[in-house]
Design a protein around this ligand. Structure first.
Ligand SMILES: [Zn+2]
Ligand SMILES: [Zn+2]
Length: 174
């Protein structure tokens, strides 16, 4: 969604209020099937504009531990500055985005912020017990009894080391 900010360059306009639900296609659309809400205001600064606001939405996620789908609440602060002094080709080297044709692409801004905020390893809740590495049950729902074995597996490496050390000791004693 592109929005013209040209009227902010006239002295009698103070701000443009934004209250928009943005919907996306493809991957972002699947992650946010209900879209996201952008609330904020755009104000004029010297040679540009500033966007201050927030993005709220519910993201469809899959827990990396139990592999169950869940909804993750997204809440992102938006602080973005656009300047006519920044050339589009210099965008990568600047904290300030270029302002071209006195319009800004709110969809592109929101998509970029959602991308940055995406967790690498989403979990349905911090206490999620995940799947049993032995029998594969969801340990949030079923206590399968393999839990001790799973712990042993992790300690197995240490046990091997311990055995090797004691064998060395025996060799030295002989
Ligand atoms: Zn989970
Ligand atoms: Zn199990």
């Amino acid at each position: 969604m592109k929005i013209s900010v040209d009227r902010l360059f006239h002295p009698d306009i103070e701000a443009i209020e934004i209250e928009q639900t943005l919907r996306f296609r493809e991957e972002l659309g699947q992650r946010y099937p209900n879209g996201v809400r952008l609330n904020g205001r755009i104000t004029h600064i010297s040679h540009g504009v500033h966007v201050h606001g927030s993005i709220e939405g519910s993201e469809r996620e899959t827990c990396v531990r139990c592999l169950e789908p869940f909804w993750r609440d997204t809440n992102i602060l938006v602080e973005e500055t656009y300047s006519e002094d920044v050339k589009p080709q210099d965008e990568l080297f600047s904290d300030v985005a270029p302002l071209t044709d006195r319009s800004i692409d709110l969809s592109a801004l929101v998509a970029q912020l959602l991308e940055v905020e995406e967790p690498l390893a989403p979990v349905c809740r911090e206490s999620c017990a995940g799947l049993c590495p032995r029998c594969g049950v969801n340990r949030n729902e079923i206590a399968c009894g393999c839990a001790q074995d799973a712990l042993d597996e992790r300690l197995a490496g240490l046990a091997v080391l311990r055995d090797e050390l004691s064998r060395d000791e025996e060799l030295h004693r002989r």
